[in-house]
Design a protein around this ligand. Structure first.
Ligand SMILES: CC(C)(COP(=O)(O)OP(=O)(O)OC[C@H]1O[C@@H](n2cnc3c(N)ncnc32)[C@H](O)[C@@H]1OP(=O)(O)O)[C@@H](O)C(=O)NCCC(=O)NCCS
Length: 532
């Protein structure tokens, strides 16, 4: 291991300005001079700081990567304190107003806005890749009728890795993406096919036949066409809706190292194929603290129900029994510039389709929260998801399509980071460190000698369905089931009460609350309400 750190004696002479940090280890009295580059210290330089030569060296502890840079990038700039967001140096406000999503995708991936010829070719290439393989369609059709579209999207994207063996470094060689033509081909495929997969997932849910894409419409128009066309030979979505969705796509296209993009870089650092990496990133995006947040905002507003319930709800938030979804951001601490753009889009959509009643609750919630010291002190402001969910809802999208609508544009950002990462000479496989606090040097005890306390199975206790109960007391293939012993029966067959543990079932799960309650009831034979 090489480091740039030099050990010096601490003279306390700070008169000469140097671009370094001096770190004094008070255990040893030694001081270390650590260079600063790009206002950053290299974590590896701290490894040289050790109490004795046999020590591993000092690591930096940073759960959730709060203050750790894992790459250099030229794609997206954010100044969270001033509410600035730029793609490749262009302000997001201007791009949202003047560009199309495909122009912005080109900008993110290739570094600058395309000229007219480049844009035409780029658009043609992507629109020529919108058809998906018949086998993929069959796979999608095999999902349950009520499958969450995000689950379908993630699985379909992952399945796509099996369709293009030449794009898989595990099969075709680890260096294949030194070939830019091959890289471009996967970019066209992913950006082209993602809206088609998303539209199929939607049509599956509503029980309509999947629509083939058409290249006579723009990228966003074609997506709306695939969602909504019935049997018409010509169907053109309303331009206000197309433009609103295109703006939403633009502002969601990248956001530097958000959780799903960091996931893209993490997975891609193994040199896996981009389909698997995009599927993994979409998985990260689906979480309610990230891309699932707008879905969670909608469910939150619906559960608040009326403006009168807002003070009570905010009280629960302050008691940390609830989270105010759509508020707060890891980076933005004054305001989220995307939320400002969306407020305007909301008005345009309302003018065409009418005001969504949830908007009144949202506006009042925002007003009260923004004047409350709890939220002011913690710098909690509405983020992009506070409004995007309301727009999507007003445009008639079902709530579980929200993360899908986020994944389509974010794929452009993921791919931009994939390209930049694979071309980065500093690229190394992501492999963070941990602070091990567990046991060491345990003495192995053979099975027969291990203790058998009274609550021996508590660690494996789980919900037991009626089906399980009948099987657990039965003899299977001539032997008792492992749970069918006197000791185990008392632990598992006496159906666990659906109390505290069940409350952990997320309220953002697919389907309505009553549907989830019903399915719990069917599975476990007990009444339970998520409102408990
Ligand atoms: C986005 C988010 C995950 C960022 O989290 P973070 O940077 O780790 O922020 P922290 O968890 O350190 O929060 C700091 C404080 O604000 C509180 N806080 C943060 N977001 C909050 C929210 N949405 N509602 C209520 N309290 C919140 C935390 O409880 C914490 O309070 P404390 O100091 O009393 O412990 C978080 O703000 C959040 O969960 N927001 C809601 C989900 C959402 O809208 N996500 C979409 C982001 S675009």
């Amino acid at each position: 291991m090489s480091t740039n750190t030099t050990t010096t004696s601490n003279t306390g002479d700070n008169k000469v300005k140097k671009n370094t940090f001096t770190v004094i280890d008070n255990r040893t009295g030694k001081s270390y001079e650590i260079p600063i580059n790009n206002e950053t210290l290299k974590a590896i330089d701290f490894r040289a700081i050790k109490e004795s030569p046999e020590d591993f060296g000092t690591m930096l502890y940073d759960p959730g990567y709060y203050n750790t840079a894992v790459c250099k990038s030229e794609i997206t700039y954010i100044d969270g304190d001033r509410g600035i967001l730029e793609y490749r140096g262009y302000p997001i406000e201007e791009l949202a107003e003047k560009s199309s999503f495909l122009e912005v995708a080109y900008l993110l991936i290739y570094g600058d806005l395309p000229n007219i010829n480049q844009l035409n070719l780029w658009t043609t290439k992507i629109m020529n890749h919108t058809f998906i393989h018949e086998n993929l369609i069959q796979l999608m059709k095999s999902f349950r009728y009520d499958a969450h579209p995000m689950g379908m999207l993630i699985s379909s994207m992952s399945a796509m890795s099996t369709f293009y063996p030449e794009a898989n470094p595990a099969l075709a060689g680890v260096d294949i993406y030194k070939n830019k033509l091959l890289m471009n081909k996967q970019i066209f495929r992913i950006l082209g096919k993602l809206p088609t997969i998303a539209a199929c997932a939607y049509r599956h849910r509503i029980g309509r036949p999947y629509n083939n894409p058409t290249d006579t419409l723009s990228y966003t128009e074609n997506f709306l066409y695939m969602l909504d066309r019935l049997s018409e030979t010509s169907y053109k979505p309303h331009p206000t809706l197309t433009r609103a969705l295109d703006k939403l796509f633009i502002i969601h296209a990248d956001h530097e190292l958000n959780c799903s993009t960091a996931t893209m870089r993490q997975i891609s650092s193994t040199l896996v194929d981009p389909y698997t990496a995009v599927a993994g990133s979409a998985g990260a995006l689906y979480g309610p603290l990230h891309g699932g947040a707008n879905e969670a905002v909608l469910r939150m507003l619906e559960s608040i129900g009326t403006k009168d319930n807002i003070p009570n709800f905010l009280q629960l938030v302050k008691q940390k029994k609830q989270r105010l979804m759509g508020f707060g951001h890891r980076v933005y601490k004054s305001y989220d510039p995307r939320a400002k753009i969306l407020k305007k889009v909301t008005e345009e959509v309302f003018e065409l389709l009418g005001k969504n009643p949830l908007m009144e609750i949202a506006t009042e919630l925002e007003r009260i929260a923004l004047s409350d010291s709890y939220f002011i002190d913690r710098q909690l402001y509405p983020n992009v998801d506070f409004y995007s969910g309301i727009i999507y809802k007003s445009m008639g999208f079902p709530t579980d399509m929200f993360p899908v609508l986020f994944s389509i544009p974010r794929a452009a950002g993921w791919l931009a980071h994939w390209v930049e990462e694979l071309q980065d000479p500093d690229l190394r496989i992501f492999r963070p460190r941990q602070i091990y606090l567990g046991k060491r040097g345990c003495k192995y005890v053979p099975l027969s000698g291990r203790p058998m306390p009274q609550d021996t199975n508590a660690v494996l206790s789980s919900y037991v369905s009626g089906f399980d109960k009948r099987r657990d007391v039965s003899e299977i293939d001539g032997v008792n089931s492992p749970v069918n012993t006197q000791q185990n029966l008392s632990a598992s067959v006496g159906s666990p009460k659906l109390t505290d543990e069940t409350k952990a079932i997320p309220k953002t799960a697919s389907g309505s609350k009553s549907a989830i309650n019903q399915s719990i009831e069917q599975s476990f034979g007990e009444k339970f309400s998520l409102n408990n």
